[in-house]
Design a protein around this ligand. Sequence first.
Ligand SMILES: [Zn+2]
Ligand SMILES: [Zn+2]
Length: 359
Amino acid sequence: MTTPSIPKTQTAAIVHKQGGPVEFDHEYPVQEPGQDEILVKVLYTGVCQSDLHTKAGTATGPDGEPITNIKLPHVGGHEGVGRVVAFGPGVVEREDLKLDTLVGIRFASRVCHECEYCKSGREQHCGNATNHLHHEDGSFQEYCVLDTKYLTTLPQDIDPIVIGPTLCAGVTAYKAVGNANLKQGEWLAVIGAGGGLGHFAVQYGLALGAQVLGIDAGAEKQKFVESLGARFLDFTKCKDLADEVRRITGGAHAVVITSGHPRAFDNVGGMVRTGGSLCMVGIPPGDVKLDISVATIIIRGLKIQGNLVGSLKETLEAVELVRNGKVKPHVQVRPFSELPQVYEMLEKGDVPGRIVLKL
Ligand SMILES: [Zn+2]
Ligand SMILES: [Zn+2]
């Protein structure tokens, strides 16, 4: 049952076919919450690189092929924060779930709760999961339906403007840096340090007591990365980037590659010290391969890891670090109507931190 004040139609950002433009539909139907679902009024949403890749048809799946099997029309957005406005059948009000409760709209929308990944706290790898990128409409609409059996209930005292990007970029960076097991004073190099994922990775590294070398390009990103407390290296000014990273750090203990640009993976093995780790989180378009010989990996004892977002539990840990002020997402707020321009900026790679849309 829905309350009568909820409109039947709304504004949504629609992609009719991959590779086509994003257009605003002001008569898009508001979905009714079904069994065990709630309806949420979206307040703010971050814009992630994977929204752009899915819209453009350049997102790559685990087989290295483009992901084309998506729900159309496509409504992206998976860094949303909203308030509960209606309960579907079967949902009973409880202490942490009432009308007006702040909740998150993340990448994963539903999981099976039964498989080995769900049962071991790694439900982001659930083979039966659905998500807000390929299967269900996300936060680029005014009202979004969510499953209460896999709900991101947020602390109610958070700032909804900065939490959106924490739900995808934040947790992804948090987990990637955590995987590196850095000790106090060790070197973390972050490739793409000035971007959405990168600026989180820099701060999580510093919060762990690591020394952080942020790699990116241009004066604006330099100023931004240095303001976070990291040392900056402009890759466009280096003759040999790996040489330069080794000169500064003696070989990083960990390299986190947050950029999805195919060139961001060039000679990353040359940046890391023996026994160190490489963690990849930005998925490049196309079938990009890591160019490190097996002999190098074995003889130098390198650890190579990939990381896809994080679990609900890890998401709430990343949110807590923002809530208590240890990590400060850098966001610029724009009106929802500017999504097409934001995509153009992301394509050029000139967004320091994250852009958040106000719905
Ligand atoms: Zn994302
Ligand atoms: Zn599962």
